[in-house]
Ligand binder design. Sequence first.
Ligand code: GTR
Length: 400
Amino acid sequence: MNTHRYLFIAALAVVSVPAAELRLPDPLTTTNGTKVTSVEAWRHIRRPEILELFRTHVYGRMPLGRPDNLKFETLENTKGVMDGAATRKQVMISYRGPGGEGAIKLVLFVPGRVKPAPCFLLICNRGPTNIDPIRTVKSPFWPAEEIVARGYAAAAFLNADVDPDRHDGFTNGVHGLFDPPGVKRSPEAWGTLAAWAWGASRVMDYLVTDPDIDARRVAVIGHSRGGKTALWAGAEDERFAFVISNDSGCGGAALARRRPPKAETIAAITRSFPHWFCENYRRYNNREDDLPVDQHMLAALIAPRLLCIGSASEDLWADPEGEFLSGVEASRVYQLFGKDGLKADRQPPPGSPRQEGSIGYHLRAGQHGLTEYDWKCYLDFADRHLRNQKPTSEKPADPR
Ligand code: GTR
């Protein structure tokens, strides 16, 4: 190898692809090259096309929506918890497939003074103690007391109830229940992130039946692998009015094409977590430019609904700037709806959240995590944009 070529490769290895040279696919040009200039064309042509591309190449296709046999069983309904501020409910959401039965246990605190209440649904990927219903442990990962004090219901479930976070050849969790037995998996079959997103939609199926909840104002929130899941849940299920991606990184909000030196890449993530995505995704290992989508198009699938992207300054593995740029690039789709997306052309410094438009962004000083500060940003954003979204008596339809 000659020296020039060597230097060129060395330079590539330490600098991410500059924004102007990213050659991102255009959310507003259809696969056959037509420009999308109306909400109708977005809704009926380009949005379904992008959704299908993400199913085929990234997350895989869910084999079913709401199972006919979905059941809700209220295990507990206790008024006057949290010093009288809330009612605690625990609900078992169960389903059956050819491979057996499964269930998600939902923990829900409803504020006594707001009915029906808007709700934050946390996809918890950090074990049961973080969503302790009894509140012996009050984890900053789920500050249920603060959420309730702000007038929102706090709901949470464990991702592992839906599908354990282990690569076992897709035999456990909902894959084992619903995937046709004895049939070779398609390269587009759903991975574990899609399974968790499916679980979030089943929780939504319950929330629309609970008169204490205003199902038109439900936020879905997740951290890291949970943040990737929240984005995909919001893309697949438009009943979520607000989607929150906290430090979601690669396969979440971060642009795959940027490849900054310390960030996770498609090759790295499909090596460490082969079960998260569909099999096709690994075809783009070190070939990000060939992907027909990038993650700003996932953010765009949330339009015109509310979206918050949170990053942490030392969380280079998640590429904070790439997460920010997704929000910026998705904004053009919000503009099509006559809305501001993310009102910032430069990544704001730590501690200066941008919350003016329908896409919020904040950079927190510090490391990877979902902290009280992150929650404060999301609750502030909700106070500004979600709280006054008119509650209606009409329930949103199940998209499937
Ligand atoms: C990391 C993984 C990330 C992120 C994170 C998490 O190990 O590489 O993509 O999802 O785990 O979920 O905390």
